[in-house]
Design a protein around this ligand. Structure first.
Ligand code: RRO
Length: 312
């Protein structure tokens, strides 16, 4: 069985790892990921300065998924450089990925430069889609601003793969507009999708919303979002699959989910809500289920299924 993946010079020992967000903020959480069957260590999106994030309650689980408004709580990028150096010593064969967010172009450029210069970081995921900072709209919904920012990011020297975490798009015209921007630059990968932003879940017992920040609105993940993520992966695979890796994030909780997303065009997958719910044991379980399903279908290499969704 061959289940590895390659993005530029970065080799992934398997195709399932954590998404930025759940259980990847503290050194202890990052070490637990290194000791798990996650095939990479993705760190929490970081900003130039440390942030406490939004007031509690800011994360809740429900049967079909999760809602969060963490508000980019993180220890500041300098700490994640330190954490990455320590993790690399402990887990030399595991790719370490920095996730970065800025509040201005200058912030993004500072962070890209810092992580490009840090040898223990293998890859950079630039988050253009955080839905939970009050007064800051999701960058990737503004095509002009995104284009200008992405152009600037690729002026920073460095040879580490850079990719972008995108929000869900709900109209193919918008997907195509973003694809046309991404095509202009040496983008190595895109991660589809961030949580579905600004949703509301109500508890009918208490007659209250589940989370407090931002007028009770938060990013939705889990089962709710899987078909949205699938559609985004498929649309971007059709538009960009020949020039960059498509990474799926959004609603995976079983090995069969992984199989479906590979069919749609993803080459790697990230676990979010299920990692929050089950902790790091989810990697071994989902990997085992995926292997079993591949065996049942007589496939031996992920390349046999990536993008191979059959026509109707
Ligand atoms: O920290 C958050 O509230 C958060 C971020 Br940065 C993000 O990109 N996506 C999300 O659902 N939550």
């Amino acid at each position: 069985m061959t289940f590895t993946a390659q993005i530029k010079n970065v080799t992934f020992p398997d195709i399932i790892y954590n998404s930025s967000g759940p259980r990847c903020t503290t050194p202890e959480e990052l070490e637990a990921l290194g000791n798990s069957e996650s095939s990479a260590i993705m760190m929490k999106s970081c900003s130039p300065e440390s942030r406490n994030g939004n007031p509690e309650p800011r994360y809740k689980e429900v049967e079909l998924g999760s809602i969060n408004s963490i508000g980019l709580a993180n220890h500041g990028y300098q700490k994640y450089i330190e954490y990455a150096a320590e993790l690399k010593q402990q887990f030399p064969n595991t790719p370490i990925i920095a996730s970065i967010v800025g509040f201005s172009q200058e912030d993004f450029l500072l962070l890209v430069e810092a992580f490009q210069n840090e040898p223990s970081v293998d890859m950079l995921e630039v988050n253009l889609s955080c839905p939970n900072v009050v007064g800051k709209p999701q960058i990737a919904y503004d095509f002009e601003v995104s284009d200008e920012l992405i152009a600037k990011i690729f002026t920073v020297p460095g040879d580490k793969p850079i990719g972008f975490k995108l929000p869900p798009y709900f109209d193919p015209v918008h997907t195509e507009m973003m694809a046309n921007i991404l095509k202009k630059y040496p983008v190595s990968f895109i991660t589809c999708i961030n949580s579905v932003g600004n949703t509301l879940i109500i508890d009918p017992e208490t007659e209250r919303p589940l989370i407090a920040p931002k007028g009770w609105l938060g990013g939705l993940g889990g089962d709710y979002v899987k078909p949205i993520a699938l559609a985004n992966v498929r649309m971007f695979y059709k538009l960009l699959g020949d020039r960059m890796t498509i990474i799926w994030c959004g609603g995976i909780k079983s090995g069969v989910d992984v199989f479906e997303h590979l069919l749609a065009g993803a080459s790697l997958v990230q676990l979010g809500t299920v990692l929050w719910k089950e902790d790091v044991a989810c990697f071994a379980r989902i990997k085992r289920e995926f292997y079993e399903y591949m065996e049942k279908k007589w496939y031996t290499d992920v390349k046999e299924i990536i993008g191979k969704l059959k026509e109707l």
